[in-house]
Each structure stands twice: as structure tokens, then as C-alpha cells.
Design a protein. Structure first.
Length: 452
């Protein structure tokens, strides 16, 4: 046992030591054939933890998400969210519909450990780069097909997005308030990001199995099915004969619980699980008599709908007169659970998140400083990190084509002339920042004798 556990842990995760440590997935090569958010998120997580991720896009068009930013808001000629989803990858542009382009993708797949795609089921198979083709050339490949409704079944041909996955999973039916006919979408592409994180975990499992057996496998990763795993309501209904129903901001397993409006327009989340926590809340409210009230003194009684409504009304009145900082101080003093409801700006500026390395200001040689989330889970010996932000369409062409495929400069120029491979047009989201000297960039011009 360490004398000072917290000092011991803080040293284990010292952010100043991250770059001196190896990463968990070093040596893993991932061919990222995906687009938009779901598949690219899985690939990005693997890249953060050390995998070499090569993202393939169509020349002169690229991934649609490069330019599809919120309300046309761009940052240094790029989509800010694109940098969040696709940092730390290598970017090449190859036309899969050209026979020579398809052959290049097959060659990259033969040299890769993992392939990720999230086109409509059957699309990559029709292009000649599906699992049946790649596994014949590389039996060790772990091939992940990410889709909304799965690779087989009656809905396989339906197009899918985040919102559709939320609906098909049952998630949307649990949102909103009882007695209304209004539902709400869980915002900011939760139906893409959550399954993307889950997919990365599944891919690592597939890689672990391959390490034991020496053979890869095909992974059918379905958004709607992943989201369903977070909603056990259907099993509750089957067993109990009743639906949990829509609970709004209330936790049906705890009372009082909810999202309460504090002073100055701020909000706080509060959830009381135990009788001891409730006694602490009563003490903070300076209403000890509530702790003796037969309606509220025991957790099971507080869960009865009429009692829950009564106590939560009293809590709402009390919270409304407090500033969030004052309430959090009372929560710490009296031992009841509460948390401020933060927005994205507050999260990005909170000092404790930066001290933990959860939010970092990354200084990129092309784009400069951008604040980003750093890592999903902290590993003491093999921490994740950001390598670089995203890069223009086709930026790593020469580096990948020469170092992995052994192509000569003349051969690359021939493929460029035939538009089998390519770069960006001048659309925002594809191009480098106008201030950046791309002509003298050593990676973009990798081993090109005509460019230094």
C-alpha cells in the first residue's frame, strides 16, 4: 500500500510524461474506408491509442463531413468537428471506382490489420473491396462493417443516420415527459459517437482473438443494436408487465432526482440514492423534519410517484434560491450527490479537466492551437495522445504510396494525371489554410526531388 494514494496516482498520470511513454496500439495498422461520423470515430479512437490509421477518401471530393459544418461555421478553412473526429490519421485520396485505384486499396488492405467501413450494406462488396475479397488476400484481416441496421435482415438496405438509429433502438421512445406527445433527439450525434466508441472496443477484441488464433474475422456492427443495449426497458416490460415510461429529467430509481433550476439561470443535477444521502440533503435544506416524514424517510417510499413529486417540488423551490457554487459547497459539506449542468464552453475552460489532461490545447504545425478532448480512458503505462490535427485531402499521398506501396514519383504523377489519385479542389474543408506553405511541406512533398 502506498503511503499517499492520491499522490501516487497523480504521478502515474503525469501529463508531462505522456509523450515519453509508448502507446497501447502501436504496430496496429488500420485502413479507414469509412465516412461521416460513426466509422471515423472508431478509427480515431484507435489512432489516439497508437494505431497507424490510413483514411481513404475520394479525390477532389473527400469525406462529405469535411465541409458539412454547423451553420457554415469554419475554422481556418476546416470544419472544427472534422478535426475532433479525424485527428491523428493519415489522409490519402484514391478513386475506388478506377481499377488501378481499387488495386491500390487492396494492396493497402493486405498490409493492414484492420479495415473499417460504414457505407450502406453491400456497397464496398460491390466495389470489390468487401470482406469476401480482402479476407481472401489477407486472412488475418479484422474487418468491421458499421451500419445503422446491420449487414443482414429486413432493414439492411435502408439508409441510416444518428437520428434513425436512436429511433430504431428504442432510445427516442424513452425521452420526453410523461403525458406529452413530444419526444426529443439526444443531441450532437450521440447515436454515432457512442457506437463509434463501442466499435473501437469490439475491434480490439477481434484483434486479440486474431493474436491467439492467427486468423481475422468479419464484424457486423449495428448502431441501433448498440444503442438498444443502453435501454433495458423492453426486458422490464416483459418481466413486470408494465412500461417504465418517459421520465423526463427524473431518475426513476432515485428520489428526489432531477435537473433543477438554480439562481441566475443556471442548472444543477441532483440524485439521492440512499437514506443517508437524503438526511444530508434535509440538513442542507435546514428542514430536518422531512427526514422524519413517513412519505420520505425511506427510499422505497420516496419512489412512489406522488411522494416523489412532492419532495421534488420542495427541492426545486430550495434550489431556485441558490447559486450553483453555493449548492455544490453544501453538497460536499452534507454528503449528498449533485453536479452542475455544464455547457460545452464551460467544459472546455474548466481547470480541473485541463489538469487531468482530459481537455488539451493542442498546438498543430499546420493549424495552430485548438482545444480538444484528449483521451477516453487513461492508461498509466501506455497513454493515448493526439498526434496532429486533420490534414487536407490527399495530404499523405506521397508518404503512404512511397513508404507502403513502393511507388515511384513518376508512377504517382502518372496516377495523378489519370485522376486515380488526387488531392483537394479549392472548397473549404478540403484545402490547407491559405497562410500555410504547402509547397514546402516535407510530408506533402515526401521524397519529391522537384520540391526540395
Amino acid at each position: 500500500m502506498h503511503d499517499d494514494y492520491f499522490d501516487f496516482v497523480e504521478q502515474l498520470y503525469d501529463t508531462d510524461q505522456i509523450t515519453a511513454k509508448p502507446r497501447a496500439l502501436e504496430g496496429l495498422r488500420v485502413l479507414d474506408l469509412s465516412h461521416m461520423i460513426f466509422g471515423p470515430t472508431a478509427a480515431r479512437v484507435l489512432a489516439q491509442y497508437g494505431a497507424e490509421v490510413i483514411k481513404v477518401e475520394l479525390p477532389f471530393t473527400g469525406d462529405y463531413w469535411r465541409s458539412s459544418t454547423y451553420w457554415g461555421k469554419y475554422w481556418k478553412h476546416s470544419n472544427p468537428l472534422w478535426n475532433f473526429i479525424n485527428h491523428s490519421k493519415y489522409f490519402v485520396a484514391i478513386d475506388v471506382k478506377e481499377p488501378r485505384g481499387r488495386e491500390m486499396i487492396l494492396q493497402l488492405a493486405e498490409k493492414s490489420d484492420v479495415v473499417i467501413e460504414n457505407f450502406s450494406p453491400g456497397t464496398v462488396e460491390a466495389w470489390g473491396i468487401g470482406y469476401s475479397t480482402l479476407s481472401a488476400k489477407n486472412p488475418k484481416i479484422v474487418y468491421a462493417s458499421c451500419s445503422t441496421f446491420g449487414q443482414y435482415g429486413p432493414f439492411r438496405y435502408f439508409p441510416g443516420w444518428d437520428l434513425l438509429a436512436q429511433g430504431a433502438s428504442g432510445m427516442l421512445s424513452a425521452t420526453g415527459y410523461e403525458g406529452t406527445d413530444q419526444y426529443f433527439k439526444i443531441p450532437d450525434f450521440y447515436g454515432d459517437f457512442c457506437p463509434g466508441l463501442y466499435s473501437a472496443m469490439m475491434i480490439v477484441m477481434g484483434r486479440n482473438d486474431r493474436a491467439r488464433k492467427g486468423k481475422g474475422q468479419y464484424m457486423d456492427i449495428c448502431q441501433a443494436e448498440i444503442l438498444m443495449r443502453a435501454l433495458p426497458h423492453f426486458s422490464y416490460f416483459k418481466s413486470m408487465g408494465e412500461d417504465i415510461g418517459r421520465t423526463g429529467g427524473h431518475d426513476p430509481a432515485m428520489s428526489p432526482s432531477g435537473i433543477f433550476k438554480a439562481a441566475q439561470g443556471a442548472f444543477v443535477a441532483l440524485a439521492i440514492a440512499s437514506d443517508a444521502q437524503f438526511q444530508g440533503l434535509c440538513s442542507a435544506m435546514e428542514k430536518p423534519e422531512l427526514g422524519q416524514d413517513s412519505r420520505f424517510s425511506k427510499a422505497l417510499d420516496r419512489l412512489k410517484p406522488e411522494n416523489a413529486a412532492a419532495i421534488e417540488q420542495l427541492v426545486a423551490q430550495w434550489v431556485s434560491g441558490l447559486a450553483v457554487d453555493g449548492l455544490m459547497s453544501l453538497a460536499q459539506t452534507h454528503g449528498f450527490p449533485a453536479a452542475p449542468v455544464r455547457d460545452d464552453l464551460e467544459i472546455s475552460e474548466e481547470r480541473w479537466r485541463q489538469e487531468r489532461g482530459n481537455v488539451v490545447v493542442f498546438d498543430d504545425p499546420m493549424y495552430g492551437k485548438l482545444k480538444l478532448e484528449s483521451t477516453t480512458v487513461r492508461l498509466s503505462a501506455t497513454p493515448a495522445r493526439i498526434q496532429w490535427l486533420t490534414r487536407p485531402l490527399g495530404y499523405h499521398n506521397r508518404y503512404i504510396f512511397k513508404s507502403l506501396l513502393g511507388l515511384s514519383e513518376d508512377r504517382i504523377r502518372e496516377l495523378e494525371k489519370a485522376r486515380v489519385v488526387g488531392y483537394w479542389d479549392y472548397r473549404v474543408g478540403q484545402r490547407p489554410p491559405v497562410y500555410y506553405d504547402i509547397e514546402n511541406d516535407p510530408i506533402f512533398n515526401y521524397q519529391d526531388g522537384n520540391n526540395g
